[in-house]
Structures are given as C-alpha cells and as structure tokens.
Ligand binder design. Structure first.
Ligand SMILES: NC(=O)CCC(=O)C(=O)O
Length: 261
C-alpha cells in the first residue's frame, strides 16, 4: 500500500489558500507517484488561529469534506484528510474525515483529547463518540489526532478492533519533539501495527512545529522520517504482511490478561 504524506507548512487563517495548495499537491503527487493513500496534517485549513474560528472554520464539515471527496474521486485515491476546525451545533471541533477512492466518506472523527498547551480547551469541544476503526482497500485502520497520541488506551482500543495501520495527524511543537518521536515508536511496538504520521512544519503563534513525520513498522523500526525543518512529501510503501508474522512471533494479544488490570 503506497502512501504519500504531506508534511505541510500551513498558511495561518487562510483556508482558501491552503485548499489551493492541497489541491495542487494532490494533483502533482498522484501524477508522479500514483499512491494508494494520501495523508494530510492536523488543522491544515487554518492552523491554530483559534481566535478567528467564527469567521474561518468549516460548518458541519463543509466545504472541506466535499472538496476532498471531489479530489479523491477525480484522482481515484484514498485520502486521510488530516483535520480541520469545524462548527457543529454551536461548538467548534477538531474534526477529521477519511475518503475512499470513489469519493465516499468512510470515517469521521472529532479529536477526543484537547491539548491545553495550545489552548484548545478554551476554544473547542472534545469529541464524544467512541473511537472506531475503518477500512480502505480491505485494510483495517485507525486514526488519532496529535495530543491523542499520549493516551495509550485509545490506540489499544483501535488495535483490539483490528487496526493494522494507525494514522496520526498532527501539529506537534518542536519543544516536545522527543515525546513525539518516542511515543510513536512505543505505540507501534505495543500494538504491533504500522504508525504513519503527518506533522506540520513551520511556525505559528510563537511555536515552531517539529515536522519529523514518521513511518514506523510493527517491530518499531523507523522506515521513513521527515525533515525537522522543511516542507516535503514522504513516500512509503507498507509491507502489510509483516503485521501477522510479528503478532505470531511475539503474541501479545494472546498473552494479555485484561481482567487483571
Ligand atoms: N496539536 C496538538 O495536539 C499538540 C500536542 C502537543 O503539543 C503535545 O502533546 O505535547
């Protein structure tokens, strides 16, 4: 399964400009690489311009969802749609969508854990739905958003539902970059799935963002690591057959004794 990850430098508060950039990136990446799955970062339409959300957030997932649906169907490519600020029933959420090659929405997720260090709880409401896996091309997958990475209970639940790939879409600051790297490797090893992350690069609101988007295999080996300083596209093909082999060789899902903890 070939992936293209867009480690994007987001233009703050300019959804139209960011959508134009994403459209051009998708067109070019599909033409050059013919990937099966494209991956975008967290809050890629606006960055963390939380004070401006009333003016620039999506409403009930639009226009971003239709925009991604049109591009997925046109280019026959699956899209892990990163996340975007989204107004629903009077609250703002950090929402993600996943679109398949036909342009159908196969998954929606609102970020459950809001990050205090970037003021999310002041401006956003946390998701209230149980996290679920979804399928693209017959493969079970899970998706979390940035700060969610610190909560192993969430990713374990996705692994127990059968996820073979965990996507992490992020705007993770450089100041905590060692946490970003170590936690992703831990999640891959403890759940024996691939971790594919897409972090933004660049600066906003006094923060530098860490880039270092990663592809980690279920053994914990880094297959690809993005730059810490520049926008780039990371291309990788995941050998999914190793998930079953590793789960057989180190059978943690058989050895668990959840009734004791
Ligand atoms: N956008 C985020 O959720 C950032 C998370 C973060 O900075 C951290 O967990 O540290």
């Amino acid at each position: 399964m070939k992936h293209a990850i867009y480690q994007m430098d987001i233009v703050p508060g300019k959804p139209e400009v960011n959508r134009e950039r994403v459209e051009a990136w998708i067109r070019e990446t599909v033409r050059n690489e013919q990937p099966d799955v494209l991956v975008l970062p967290e809050m890629w339409t606006t960055a963390y311009t939380l004070k401006e959300l009333e003016q620039i957030a999506d409403v009930k997932g639009e226009p971003t969802t239709s925009f991604l649906q049109k591009l997925a169907a046109m280019h026959k490519v699956n899209i892990i749609g990163g996340s975007f600020a989204n107004k629903k029933a009077g609250n703002f959420y950090n929402s993600s969508v996943v679109i398949d090659k036909k342009g159908s929405v196969v998954h929606r997720y609102d970020k459950i854990h809001l990050v205090p260090m970037l003021d999310e709880p002041k401006y956003l409401a946390g998701g209230t739905e149980k996290a679920k896996v979804f399928e693209l091309d017959g493969v079970k997958m899970g998706l979390i958003i940035c700060y969610d990475l610190r909560f192993p209970e969430l990713t374990r639940s996705l692994a127990l539902q059968g996820a073979e790939i965990l996507y992490i879409v992020a705007e993770w600051p450089t100041v905590r970059k060692e946490h970003w790297k170590a936690l992703q490797i831990a999640r891959a090893i403890e759940n024996q799935f691939f971790v594919v992350s897409c972090n933004r690069i660049g600066h906003y609101g006094g923060e530098d963002f860490a880039g270092t988007s990663m592809v980690i295999d279920p053994w914990g080996e880094k297959q690809k690591v993005g730059s810490e300083t520049k926008e780039e596209t990371i291309i990788t093909t995941l050998p999914l057959d190793i998930v079953t082999k590793i789960r057989k060789d180190v059978p943690i899902f058989v050895s668990r004794v959840p009734e004791l903890y």
